[in-house]
Design a protein around this ligand. Structure first.
Ligand code: BTN
Length: 243
C-alpha cells in the first residue's frame, strides 16, 4: 500500500498537488490536518475542523482515459466508502460531486486538471465531514457529518488508509471499464426523477432530471426537449430543490 504525505496544515491539498505534481509519482496522495484556504466547486470555500478528511490525489492519466468520467469514479469511491460506515442511512450522490447523507451534504469532491499537449495532471480533492460536531450559521440546515448521524467518533488514520486503498482499487477498474461507474452513479443518484432548478446560461429553469449520460452529463427535460449538460455548462441553482 502506498503511503501518503501528511501535513498538519496546508492552504489546500489540491493546491499543494497542483504546485508540486512535477516531482511526484502518479497516484500520489496528500492529506492535511487543516486547510487555511480549502476550496470547493464554483470558487466556494470548504471549511474544516480537526475532524475532517481532507485529501487529494494526483493522477497522471494514461492517453486513452476518459477524463470527464474521473469525477464519477471519485463519487463512486466516496459513496462506497461512506456506505460501509452508515449502512442503514440514505446515502446518495448529488450530481456532479456531492454526497448527501439523509439529504444533507457530508462530502464534496473537487476535480481540477491542466492540459497542455496532454493532461499534465488531474487532481481529485475529497473533503468528508467525519467527527465534526457542529457547523457554522447557514451550513446548519445543509451539512452533516458521520458523527452527527451516528453519534460515534472515528479514527481518521484508519479511514485514510481505507479510503486510499478503495480509490486505488476502483481507479484500476476504471482504466478498463468506465460503464460500471456511470451505472453506479445512476443507481445512487439523488437527482434522477426529481424536478430541480438549473442555472442555464444565467437563467434559472425548472427541469426534470431524467438521467446521467454515458459521458457523465446530466440529462434533463424542459420545454418538451431533452438536453445534456456537463458540470462546466450549468450549475444547480442555490435552492436547487424546493425543500
Ligand atoms: C465541493 O463541495 O464543492 C467540493 C469540496 C472539496 C473539498 C476538498 S477538501 C480537500 C481538497 N482540497 C481543497 O481545497 N478542496 C478539496
Amino acid at each position: 500500500m502506498r503511503k501518503y504525505k501528511y501535513f498538519k496544515e496546508l492552504t489546500s491539498t489540491n493546491d499543494y498537488l497542483k504546485t508540486n505534481y512535477r516531482d511526484l509519482p502518479n497516484l500520489s496522495v496528500v492529506v492535511a490536518g487543516h486547510q487555511t484556504k480549502g476550496r470547493g466547486r464554483l470558487s466556494r470555500e470548504w471549511l474544516d475542523d480537526a475532524g475532517s478528511i481532507l485529501l487529494s490525489i494526483f493522477i497522471k492519466p494514461k492517453e486513452n482515459i476518459k477524463i470527464n468520467l474521473i469525477p464519477l469514479v471519485a463519487s463512486t469511491v466516496v459513496h462506497k466508502f461512506l456506505k460501509s460506515y452508515c449502512i442503514n442511512d440514505n446515502l446518495k450522490i448529488k450530481w456532479p460531486n456531492d454526497i448527501l447523507l439523509n439529504g444533507k451534504k457530508i462530502a464534496g469532491i473537487l476535480v481540477e486538471s491542466k492540459y497542455t499537449n496532454s493532461f499534465d495532471y488531474v487532481v481529485v480533492g475529497i473533503g468528508i465531514n467525519v467527527n465534526t460536531e457542529c457547523f457554522a450559521g447557514d451550513l446548519i440546515p445543509k451539512a452533516t457529518s458521520l458523527y452527527l448521524s451516528t453519534n460515534d467518533k472515528y479514527d481518521l488514520k484508519k479511514m485514510y488508509d481505507e479510503l486510499i486503498k478503495l480509490f486505488y482499487e476502483e481507479y484500476a477498474l476504471f482504466e478498463n471499464d468506465v460503464f460500471r461507474f456511470i451505472e453506479y452513479n445512476r443507481k445512487q443518484s439523488a437527482m434522477i426523477g426529481e424536478e430541480v432548478f438549473l442555472d442555464i446560461d444565467g437563467k434559472i429553469r425548472e427541469v426534470e432530471v431524467i438521467g446521467i449520460s454515458d459521458g457523465g452529463e446530466l440529462e434533463v427535460k424542459y420545454d418538451g426537449e431533452v438536453k445534456s449538460f456537463s458540470s462546466g455548462e450549468v450549475t444547480l441553482s442555490k435552492n436547487y430543490n424546493k425543500e
